[in-house]
Design a protein around this ligand. Structure first.
Ligand code: DQA
Length: 146
């Protein structure tokens, strides 16, 4: 079982960006946490981060041809703007889970809409890194039921 974890713009800046919101642990610590979660779940995980919308669309499309089993995605700011990422997720029909480090529903109004979320079967928000672990486990559970 192979899961792709996609992080959008500025997620590589965690630990530096607004630590009161996103925490003090850096992106390397996030990668290590995700790999430890994958090991615990007994699944293979590849992480991808990009600041450009089109590169994220390309990576989602590539996942189809690589026969990736599941996607955990934090589209970051593109969550609230990107129909292209929503369409890419719909195009590949790979089961996807949406993750946000912060609880976007408790923040500014413009963060309340999620386009990508419309193509995801679950959302974890406000759990910090733990959301990625929950996302991996949710995909594993779904795939095992099939
Ligand atoms: C975020 C929330 C988004 O609104 C924001 O633009 C981000 C990160 C989160 O993980 O909480 O960059 O997706």
């Amino acid at each position: 079982m192979k899961i792709l974890v996609i992080n959008g713009p500025n997620i590589n800046m965690v630990g530096i960006r607004e630590p009161a919101l996103y925490g003090k642990q850096d992106y390397q610590a996030m990668l290590e946490f995700i790999q430890a979660s994958a090991k615990e779940a007994g699944v293979e995980v590849e992480c991808f981060q990009h600041n450009h919308e089109g590169a994220i669309v390309d990576r989602i499309q590539q996942a189809y041809f690589e026969k990736i089993d599941g996607i955990v995605i934090n589209p970051a700011a593109y969550t609230h703007t990107s129909v292209a990422i929503l369409d890419a997720l719909k195009a590949v029909s790979i089961p996807a889970v949406e993750v946000h480090l912060t609880d976007v529903s408790q923040r500014e109004d413009f963060r309340h809409i999620s386009y990508a979320g419309k193509a995801c079967f679950k959302t974890f928000k406000g759990l910090g890194f733990e959301g990625y672990r929950q996302g991996i486990l949710a995909i594993k559970e779904l795939l095992e039921k099939r």
